[in-house]
Design a protein around this ligand. Structure first.
Ligand SMILES: [Zn+2]
Length: 203
């Protein structure tokens, strides 16, 4: 755990002073980043909300969903992992697990999915990290303008997906075969949720 060098309270890891000392005027301390307090936790929350929305969307339509990624179980132990005895490749296996495992019991099909939030809706294959191994994973990208869905192998071919493109809408995905009206409803709700989070952000 990390302690504020000024008042000795617990504060965010790697921060030299706490947020309370920062707002009370201990500004311009070397190594202090207001971003890590004001924006980073919100980015985590946006990610979690994205997974939660997609999980609910699929379970509502009869699919079974397991939260699988390390982010769900081990988000806050990431900093321990850095200092652990795990090798780089072992860490990679742990931290690159797909987020959700979605099961269609009727078709007896199982799908790995990565859930990503991008305000501008842009997503590149390289955003999955170097030597991404799960080529048959479906990448579901949430943005204020709707949900896209593309297989990792296909994303590798096209390189990048843009929100402006009319292709790859989750609602049109043949494999998942989802109620389009319901997907649009959740897209609208997601857009409202993400807009309100932007409004509470300090930066
Ligand atoms: Zn302090």
């Amino acid at each position: 755990m990390n302690i504020c060098s000024n008042c000795k309270t617990y504060t965010r890891s790697k921060s030299p002073i706490c947020y309370d000392c920062y707002i009370k005027g201990e500004r311009y301390v070397e190594g202090f980043s207001s971003f890590s307090f004001e924006k980073r936790p919100l980015n985590f929350i946006k990610g979690h909300i994205g997974e939660c929305l997609i999980q609910n969307l699929f379970t509502s339509l009869g699919f079974t969903v397991f939260r699988y990624g390390i982010e769900n179980n081990l988000t806050y132990i990431n900093e321990y992992l850095e200092d652990s005895d795990f090798s780089r490749s072992e860490l990679k296996v742990l931290t690159s697990r797909p987020d959700l495992l979605i099961l269609n019991k009727e078709k007896k099909r199982i799908y790995f999915t990565e859930i990503k939030y991008r305000s501008d809706g842009k997503f590149k294959h390289e955003d999955l990290g170097e030597d991404y191994k799960y080529e048959s994973t479906y990448i579901i990208i949430l943005s204020k303008k709707g949900f896209k869905c593309i297989k990792a192998s296909e994303l590798k071919e096209v390189g990048e997906i843009k929100m402006s493109s009319t292709e790859y809408a989750l609602s049109e995905n043949k494999e998942f075969n989802l109620d389009k009206g319901f997907v649009r409803l959740i897209e609208e709700q997601a857009s409202n949720i993400y807009s309100s989070i932007s409004q509470i952000s300090h930066i």
